[in-house]
Structures are given as structure tokens and as C-alpha cells.
Design a protein around this ligand. Structure first.
Ligand SMILES: Nc1ncnc2c1ncn2[C@@H]1O[C@H](COP(=O)(O)OP(=O)(O)OP(=O)(O)O)[C@@H](O)[C@H]1O
Ligand SMILES: [Mg+2]
Length: 114
């Protein structure tokens, strides 16, 4: 099992979701509004400001998707193609190993729980 964590432009979310839902047996995803910055910002220099001031960061959307290994490539490829504008700030996709999963309703574990 793998976790796919993708940080994308918020205005690309509906296009990405529509494409993901066309994948047979797509298991679901968690979506969070996040803020951050990419590699360009540090090159410009970091302005001094109070730590609670987060207005300067760029709004993004984070997708978290756990999949069985056989679905990894199609999900990553779908996100990459449908979140792509070709501009800076399009985002990133990170992939992690997942140790286990548990479906709360049934107690199933592992691949069948995903
Ligand atoms: N290495 C990273 N670790 C954690 N979050 C990251 C990382 N790189 C990017 N992000 C997150 O992804 C968002 C979008 O990053 P962005 O696509 O601008 O990256 P970049 O490195 O600047 O590449 P690009 O040149 O394509 O803009 C950032 O606002 C930040 O939230
Ligand atoms: Mg950037």
C-alpha cells in the first residue's frame, strides 16, 4: 500500500477529482486546504514578520490518497496530467509506503481495507 500526497492549485481540484473518479475502484481521498511556499520564495528573501502572520503564503489543496500498489501508477499519472497548467506553482506529488490500514466498520486489515 502507498500513500500519495499531492499539493495542487485549488482551481485544478474539480478537474483532478473528476478524472480520479473515472478510475475503476478508486478508493477515496482526503482533501485539506493548506498554505505553503515553493522554491522561488526563499530565493527572494524572507521578510521579517510575526510568526502568526500567515497571509503571505500561497493557498493550495492537499490530496491524500491511500492505494494498493497496483493502482499507484494510474493515480499518480492522473493527478500529474490533470493538475498540470505548465506554470510555476503547479505543485508536487509525494509517495510514501503505508504499513497497514484498518476498515473500522468490519475490522478488515491491509489491502482489503483500502
Ligand atoms: N519540498 C517540499 N516540501 C513540502 N512542501 C512543498 C515542497 N515543495 C513544494 N511544496 C508545497 O507545494 C506548493 C507548490 O509548490 P510549487 O509547485 O510552487 O513548488 P516549486 O518547488 O516552487 O516548483 P515550481 O518551480 O514548479 O513552482 C508549495 O506552496 C508548498 O505548499
Ligand atoms: Mg513554485
Amino acid at each position: 500500500m502507498k500513500e500519495i500526497k499531492a499539493i495542487i492549485q485549488p482551481f485544478m481540484l474539480s478537474k483532478v477529482e473528476e478524472a480520479l473518479c473515472k478510475i475503476p475502484d478508486f478508493p477515496g481521498m482526503t482533501i485539506t486546504k493548506v498554505q505553503g511556499f515553493g522554491s522561488e520564495k526563499c530565493k527572494k528573501g524572507v521578510p521579517h514578520r510575526p510568526v502568526e502572520d500567515i497571509v503571505d503564503y500561497v493557498p493550495k489543496v492537499k490530496l491524500e490518497i491511500i492505494v494498493n500498489d497496483d493502482m499507484l501508477d494510474i493515480v499518480v499519472d492522473t493527478i500529474q496530467r490533470h493538475a498540470h497548467t505548465g506554470n510555476k506553482g503547479d505543485g508536487k506529488i509525494f509517495i510514501y509506503d503505508v504499513r497497514d490500514a484498518i476498515r473500522i466498520m468490519t475490522g478488515e486489515r491491509g489491502e482489503t481495507a483500502v
